[in-house]
Design a protein around this ligand. Structure first.
Ligand code: AMP
Length: 426
């Protein structure tokens, strides 16, 4: 049968069996975020196109190629959000949060949209969980962010994570560094891929973000030829250097495993100083599970007062792929009770089912099947216990509890039923 409709390319349905793991992961994350004292924020899924164009950088992939931009019936220029931070910063300004407290710790979760080429681990609608500290420029804020980032992964069962860290300096030192990169790349510039060549002119730092294997090979060639890649870390101004060293010291003090990756540049323009990322090699080419960094220029770029910030976002789709591969992180499935009725106890069974559902997970037959068929149904549904509502027993005020684990049966007075079930299922 040819289907008339399919989910749009790059999107998918999450079905109950998969969602059990997602919901478990989401509730683990909520627990960690709550204990860290972060407040949840929910912003619209679409915003003015300009909000993202201005904050992500006109030359970024997200803006030039990946935006779901549309005009609504009132002729407004809008876009589905490609990320969360710009919206959080917009809300921070619009709702006057800066006037309420000096430092805000916020988190969000939800779908993001990018028109990128779908492949393993890359979707057009994907899901992120992210956190921000707005209002503090202290290195301690960067360290808390990275600790929270790692603790989320640990709550999902990841262990031995190493965070890649770098400092991307300030816009001023970045310009200087860009010049050094241009000089370094000059001998191979004409062989770079189209995107990288474009970036070499508009924003040379972004060339380091390339995933094109031919570009990477050219970088290697330069290094092998005795020209080491210039490091942003060698171009830091003294304040950024001091900040960088304090962040590293803070991570050491907390025992957070990290390694400096001088080629780590974040895809978005508003980052300053600290940048960090984690990868999981099992994912192949799209291996970044999450990343973040400091964005001291963002709120000012939106017309607000100079306000520092630091944050991260984690891709839940990729994180879930890793958990699935490891068959890890499933929720503990609570025991299910199946209420099986006879002809004369169907109404009573419906009532009892509803009552028990206030406390237990309860399944029942919807189609008045014979008792044998109901038992098969209970077995297939993975029920732990069956309540047999035989007509005679029910009339005597009794229920039969049958265990599907060991086949054992026990007759219990109706008045004692809740107690007995609590006892069996706890
Ligand atoms: P970014 O906002 O680009 O720093 O992305 C943060 C995280 O979101 C990445 O590390 C990925 O895990 C995830 N992510 C970004 N883009 C996609 C995508 N198109 N599909 C799935 N996950 C994505």
């Amino acid at each position: 049968m040819a289907l008339k409709h399919q989910a749009p390319l790059g999107t998918r349905d999450l079905l109950p069996a998969e969602l059990a793991r997602w919901q478990w992961a989401e509730s683990q994350a909520r627990g960690v975020l709550e204990r860290y004292g972060y407040g949840e924020i929910r912003t619209p899924i679409f915003e003015d196109y300009e909000l993202f164009a201005r904050t992500s950088g006109e030359s970024s992939d997200v803006v030039t190629k990946e935006m779901y931009r549309f005009t609504d019936l009132g002729d407004r220029d809008l876009a589905l959000r490609p990320e969360g931070t710009a919206s959080v910063a917009r809300a921070y300004l619009e709702r006057g949060l800066g006037g309420q407290a000096r430092i805000h710790r916020l988190w969000y979760m939800g779908p993001m949209f990018r028109y990128s080429r779908p492949q393993k681990g890359r979707f057009r609608q994907f899901h992120q969980i992210g956190a921000e500290i707005i209002g503090s420029s202290a290195p301690g804020a960067d360290v808390e962010m990275i600790a929270l980032f790692v603790d989320l992964f640990e709550a999902w069962g990841f262990s031995n994570l190493t965070v890649a860290v770098n400092s991307v300096g300030t816009p001023g030192t970045r310009r200087e560094y860009g010049e050094r990169l241009r000089e370094w790349l000059a001998p191979v510039a004409s062989d770079l891929g189209g995107d990288s060549l474009q970036r070499l002119i508009s924003n040379p730092l972004r060339v380091l973000d390339t995933k094109d294997p031919r570009d990477l090979e050219l970088f290697d060639k330069l290094v092998r030829g005795g020209a080491p890649m210039p490091r942003m870390l060698d171009s830091l101004d003294s304040e950024s250097r001091e900040h960088w060293e304090q962040v590293l010291g803070g991570l050491d003090a907390l025992g957070i495993a990290h390694r400096t990756d001088p080629g780590l540049v974040r895809g978005l323009d508003y980052y300053t100083r600290t940048a960090f990322e984690v990868h999981d090699p099992s994912l192949g080419a799209q291996s970044a599970l999450g990343g973040g960094g400091r964005y001291d220029g963002l709120i000012e770029a939106l017309g607000g007062p100079p306000t520092p910030g630091v944050g991260f976002s984690i891709g839940l789709d990729r994180t879930m792929m890793v958990l699935e591969q490891r068959a890890a992180g499933g929720p503990a499935v609570p025991g299910t009770i199946f209420v099986a009725a006879m002809e004369g106890t169907r109404a009573a069974a419906a009532q009892l089912t509803r009552e028990l559902r206030r406390e237990f997970r309860v399944d029942c037959d919807l189609e008045s099947r014979a008792i044998g068929a109901q038992l098969k149904l209970a077995d297939r549904a993975g029920a732990t216990l069956v309540l047999l509502l035989g007509e005679e027993e029910w009339a005597r005020g009794e229920v039969v509890i049958k265990s599907l684990r060991d086949g054992g049966q026990k007759v219990v007075p109706r008045a004692m039923l809740l107690e007995a079930l609590r006892e069996r299922l706890k």
